[in-house]
Design a protein around this ligand. Sequence first.
Ligand SMILES: [Zn+2]
Length: 261
Amino acid sequence: MSAKVILDPGHGGHDQGASGNGLKEKDVVLKIAKYTNEILENNYEEVETRLTRKSDYFVDLLQRSEFANEWGADYFVSFHINAFDGSAQGFESYIYNGLPEDSKAEKFQNALHEEILKEAKYFYDRGLKEANFSVLRETNMPAILTENGFIDSEKDAKHLKSNEDLRNVALGHAKGIAEIAGLNLKDSNEKKKSEVVAGTFSNYENAQNKGEILSDQGVDNYVRKSGNYFEVVAGTFENNENAKDMVITLKNFGIDSYVKQ
Ligand SMILES: [Zn+2]
C-alpha cells in the first residue's frame, strides 16, 4: 500500500506555543515531526510525506488544513506539547469530536496512540480524547493531534530535552502511520549474493574452454567480462553456505574455484 502523509508541527515563528523548563513547544514539535519524516522515508516503501513547516516560521491553522486537502493527503498528524501548571504529565491524543462512531480517524488514533506509548515508555498514558480543534475539523482525511508530554513538567521535560527520547516518540508515530496505512518495510539488508567463480582468464577462449569442462560435469555456468578479464561463473547463491558447498563439489571434480561476494 502507498500513502500520502502530512506531518504538521504546531506553532512556529512568533507563535511559540507552550514553554517551560527552558524549552519552547515550536522547537520540540519540529524535531519530532522531522524525525518522524526521516523514519518514514528511510524505513518504509511507497510513502510520500509533506511537512506543513520545515523551520521556525508562522503558519496559520487554516493554511495547514488547506495544504493537506489540496495535496489530497491520506493521513494528517499534528504534533504538539502540552502545558498546565507544572503538576500534570503524560501523553494524550485527539481526534475531531464531530465524527461518527468507528470512523477511520478513530482507528488511526487507536493505532498511533498504542505505538507511541510502546516506544515512549516514559510517558504516562492520559488516554484517547476528542476535541473541536481546527486542524482536525477542517481536514478531509483521518486526522490526529498528539500532545507529547507536558513542557512545564520536570519529568516530561527531561525526555523532551533528549533527542534519543524524541526519536522514540517519532518512531511510535511512524509505526502507527505504517500500521494503519499498510506500509511495507524496506528490505534494509539487501541480500548479498554469493557467486562461485571457477577461473579468471585474460583470454576469452580459455574461459570458454573452462566453462565447457564444467558443463561436461553437469555444472551450469557462464562466462562474463570483469574488467580486463573473463570470469567463469559457476552459480549464484542467496546463501553463502550453498556457495561454499559448490566450491567443494567443484574441488571433487578437480576444479579450483572461490566464492565472490
Ligand atoms: Zn500546541
